[in-house]
Design a protein around this ligand. Sequence first.
Ligand SMILES: *Cc1c(COP(=O)(O)O)cnc(C)c1O
Length: 540
Amino acid sequence: MEWLLWAEHILVSLLMAALVRLAVTEGLQGVLRAVLVGLRYVPGIGELINWIVRMMAAQFAPQLTGGSSSKKDKKPPRVALPKKGLSYEVILEEMKRLQKEKDADPHAGRMFAYVYTLKEDDASKIQKEAVEMFMEQTGLGDDHDRFVQEVYQSFLHTNALNPLLFPALRRFEIETVSMVASFLHGDDQVVGSLTSGGTESILMAVKAYRDRARKLYPQITQPEMVAPITIHPAFEKAAAYFCVKMVHVPVGPDFRADVTAMEQAITGNTILLCASAPQYAHGIVDPIPEVSAMALRRGLPLHVDACFGGFMLPWIEKLGYPVPTFDFRNPGVTSMSADIHKYGYGVKGASVVLYQSTDYWRYQMFSCSTWPGGIFGSCSMAGSRPGGNIAAAWAVLKAMGEDGYMKTAQEVMETTQFMISNVKNIPGLCILGEPHMTAFAIGSRGINILALADEMESKGWRMERTQNPNGLHCTVMPSHTNVRDKFVEDLTAAAEYVKIHNTSSEEGASMAYGLASKIPDKGLVDDFLKEMYMEFYSKC
Ligand SMILES: *Cc1c(COP(=O)(O)O)cnc(C)c1O
């Protein structure tokens, strides 16, 4: 059999040489195109492809991080702990310099995801009373951020892992959960937890439903959950972490969950249905009343992911905009997630997961009674839970109040509608579907969207690329109010430029999206992404 091994080695070497040549002459795109689905399954080729994927990630990552791909930077020097602690001034100066040099500014209104900041002037008005109450003696000034900092600082070293040690934190958590449950129309049976973010809320819900199914339906050994394809990847993450199979269902042409398709995807192994209010990509709310009715009919629990809309839809609805009934008013909705660190305007690391009753919440809890370190219990993924986040979450809800949220929602909604109606008037562009709140995706009517994104980025905007179909996601925040005219002006000019010059030269992130869409083997794209993430986190 030795000759066979030799033959394979020779074949692999030849192929490798051919691919390296292709990389030199045609660049990375050529190689990627050459790596087709079937190739991976030829013996010996799998390893080769892994090697190519790694090589390409190492070359490509620096284009996105602004680093260098040259050989000599391959291994960055290990950073040592300073032998002698540095002075506060020196550290602060260095940190501010780095932040100024590279980081996006959360207040500049140039980003369309990730940061949710109040405009400074509004913040100071909204929190006036709370600020006075909390900060009479501090002399720190009276804006929202400083208020939150002050609160956070007071709880800097507290830990909510042990609910008995810091009763103040426990109270903040219970009351925060309660406040959110009340505006999401939960009755007095609704319970829940504060978590570190939307992802943790979703992980906890999926874990709870999995454990519930283990208990109630022990015959199910391979649990499944059904969700529209637009559901947030946190559910996919939960599926992967907790061994629940994710069954994705396509959405209709309106980008909303197709309830019939969801029902058809239900099997004897289904333990959970999921829907969004709204889904992130296009800002569109799934038909929750219909999904809820179907869930009741099929005897299945339903999680409504309101991470994005939980702190926006209630106010939009009260302002009179049409919003599908998305919350606990639907009797089939058994749990919800809502992020305080998005439109709740809290600091990063705060979200709420709510359940219809303790019948579901119970399965979220964890305990370990055999540890020599003591009897151990925990309510969520984290062990130690930063108390500052919990205190800040509570304080922000109290300070904003319904009037604060309503006022901000009205302004952000007006900005959104201004942007949407102007985008619709730009030749070559459209809005994907009919967004329900303060987010939308720009679609194409003939324009290369990825080139448009590049053009906008050259004008200083940070764009969010979406796919299937290609689009540009915009979450509208208070900070956009002051730049909305500039946005429309720049977008109009960019669209015209792309149209006239017929540009398609995609760089950086657009190139990644362009490539990904051309590779039929999504497993390969996943492998590439994972390699990229290791690259991102190994070099500055
Ligand atoms: C942001 C978001 C999540 C995940 O929340 P993180 O706080 O980023 O972990 C889940 N679902 C939707 C719809 C979201 O917008």
